[in-house]
Design a protein around this ligand. Structure first.
Ligand SMILES: *[C@@H]1O[C@H](CO)[C@@H](O)[C@H](O)[C@H]1NC(C)=O
Ligand SMILES: *[C@@H]1O[C@H](CO)[C@@H](O)[C@H](O)[C@H]1NC(C)=O
Length: 213
């Protein structure tokens, strides 16, 4: 992936940091897939609605929800992943918000993914459980440059967080993370922090402590 999107990405990250506690937060990104369209009042729409509601209850206590609802050809598959340090209540708020927003931003699409700072929500008519989804990775950089190699390899603390959707095996989780982390030196080695977020795993590093411990 090229690094030409750094400017707009920096904007996104800054915005996300400002809004990270307030809902009404803007999504970091969304992607609508072209695996099919559904119509208003269709069985798929009803399944999707039920699925989102289920995930918004399932995800908060364990930061992860996975479920399919309905029967073919109207079966809807979904997952919700909250950042591992997010409180249950914030996880739920995020997934609910993601469900509302994904419908507005990908209207009548059977498949879509939306990312927030606190959570991601994905749904599809195609079964995807346990598979690495690397169709897209979004790179967000902290706009502050690191002041040199010493900073990175010396005594300065770097805070990092990696996460995979819990339906992946640990070897696939590692494979997914290797795939996205591999991109970092090309694009972000002089930055103080950054994030790579995909549908199946994500990686974040910062010079400051960003997890709510
Ligand atoms: C879904 O609808 C869009 C137009 O809104 C169309 O371009 C696309 O081909 C449709 N996709 C499928 C799989 O039918
Ligand atoms: C980071 O470095 C680049 C090139 O060295 C410079 O153009 C930019 O202004 C710097 N950004 C900050 C926030 O210092």
């Amino acid at each position: 992936m090229s690094c030409s999107r750094i400017t707009s990405s920096v904007y996104l990250l800054t915005l996300a940091s400002l809004l990270q506690t307030a809902f009404g937060a803007e999504p970091l990104f969304r992607t609508c897939s072209n695996t099919g369209n559904f119509s208003a009042g269709s069985p798929y729409e009803a399944n999707l609605k039920q699925l989102t509601e289920y995930l918004s209850n399932q995800a908060p206590p364990s930061w992860f929800g996975l479920r399919s609802i309905g029967q073919n050809p109207n079966q809807a598959y979904g997952l919700a992943l909250c950042r591992g340090d997010v409180r249950s209540a914030d996880c739920k708020t995020c997934v609910v918000e993601a469900g509302n927003e994904i419908r507005k931003r990908c209207p009548y699409k059977k498949g879509a993914i939306i990312w927030y700072d606190y959570c991601l929500l994905k749904h599809s008519n195609m079964e995807f459980f346990g598979k690495i989804d690397n169709q897209i990775a979004i790179y967000l950089w902290n706009p502050n440059n690191a002041s040199g190699e010493m900073e990175v390899y010396g005594a300065v603390k770097i805070y990092g967080l990696t996460q995979c959707t819990q339906d992946l095996s640990s070897s696939d989780c590692k494979k997914c993370l290797d795939g996205i982390i591999e991109q970092l030196p090309r694009c972000g080695d002089k930055k103080e922090g950054g994030r790579v977020i995909g549908p199946s795993c994500n990686f974040r590093f910062e010079r400051y402590r960003f997890v709510n411990t």
